[in-house]
Ligand binder design. Structure first.
Ligand SMILES: [Zn+2]
Length: 115
């Protein structure tokens, strides 16, 4: 299950980014590309495991799906249903994927020390 290693990277990156007590991390928001080959349910499951291991059982995980985008050599931009489909305009395969291929951290929310 490659999601587990992925989640360890995500949580480590998030904790490095905030530079405060790690227990102050309220939520981690992720964008999950439709073509990122990440299973959302597996991702959520693994995030919970890793956050528990890191002593952050109360940190929320928000996941936003990002639709795939492809640009064809003919100039058309479209939302491919999967990586194998042809261009809907010209039926060609001369395309590059320009969105929805990555898993990214959108933001890390940190608690106010006073509250
Ligand atoms: Zn085309």
């Amino acid at each position: 299950m490659h999601e587990l290693a992925l989640c360890q990277d995500i949580v480590r990156t998030a904790l490095d980014a905030v530079e405060v007590r790690s227990s102050a991390v309220v939520s981690i928001a992720l964008e999950v590309g439709a073509l990122s080959s990440v299973n959302m349910e597996a991702l959520e499951f693994c995030m919970r495991i890793v956050l528990d291991q890191e002593g952050l059982p109360h940190t929320r995980v928000e996941m936003t799906p990002v639709p795939a985008r492809a640009r064809c050599g003919c100039g058309a931009e479209y939302e491919p249903e999967d990586v194998f489909g042809p261009c809907p305009e010209c039926e060609g395969f001369d395309r590059e994927f320009i969105g929805g291929t990555d898993l990214t951290i959108r933001h890390v929310e940190v608690a106010d020390e006073q509250s």
